[in-house]
Design a protein around this ligand. Structure first.
Ligand code: IMP
Length: 212
């Protein structure tokens, strides 16, 4: 499939989430964009009314592209626990409440798993999903999805990363995302494939829309 290319220049990162902005900036760094965040431009944060990651990513990217007159990149992402029918999923940020209390959100997941009696490893599977949307001011958009599967661990481990990172152990690793440096979490270098959901989506975006 052919994608519209993004020419180097100013690019809005359509997010107000510090952890995400940091990771997206790290992933964009080799490509030489002049990156500015939606917060720095004082752009309003649109309400996430979509029912899918794709719909919410598009809504955020389109709102930022329209308001700024610049191409905008948005990420909608979340933690999906199989035994909870994919919850918290698109509601991952909301489960942490207005105080963004992710210790509480992780505890909520664990309590729900305990109340289902989900103690066996095969009942404690989860994945992170990230959908990136790149939108141009003329309304054109491109979408890319990345996912990573693993185990839901308790108690949470590690203080790096953000959100639900400390309770997610990606398959084939012995450290949670919370115990990894961001380089290890992205896992993306010239010789290794991407590891995190965001880096996997980014790799598709870079292959599709970026030169070099
Ligand atoms: P939204 O995409 O802004 O609606 O929020 C996504 C939410 O999912 C974040 O606030 C985090 O709680 C969670 N999330 C997304 N990506 C990650 C990640 O890489 N690590 C940990 N939590 C994440």
């Amino acid at each position: 499939m052919s994608h519209r290319k993004l020419v180097p220049g100013k690019l809005v990162v359509a997010s107000h989430n510090k952890g995400k902005i940091r990771e997206i900036n790290e992933l964009l760094r080799p490509f030489g964009f002049d990156v500015v965040s939606a917060g720095e431009l004082d752009l309003p944060e649109p309400e996430e009314t979509g029912l899918t990651f794709e719909a919410n990513a598009a809504l955020k990217a389109q709102a930022a592209a329209q308001a700024s007159g610049l191409p905008a990149l948005a990420d909608d992402s979340g933690f999906c626990v199989q035994a909870l029918n994919g919850d918290p999923g698109i509601y991952s940020a909301r489960w942490a409440g207005p105080d963004k209390d992710f210790a509480m959100a992780m505890r909520t997941i664990e309590e729900k798993l305990q109340s289902l009696g989900a103690t066996a490893p095969e009942q404690r599977r989860g994945s992170f999903v990230a959908v990136l949307c790149l939108a141009w001011p003329d309304g054109h958009q491109e979408l890319f999805r990345g996912e990573v599967e693993g185990d839901v661990v308790w108690p949470p481990r590690g203080t790096q990363g953000f959100g639900y990172d400390p309770m997610f152990l990606p398959d084939g690793r012995d450290r949670t995302f919370g115990e990894m440096t961001s380089e290890e979490k992205h896992g993306w270098s010239k010789d290794t494939p991407a590891l995190s959901h965001r880096a996997r989506a980014f790799q598709l975006f870079a292959d599709g829309c970026l030169e070099g």
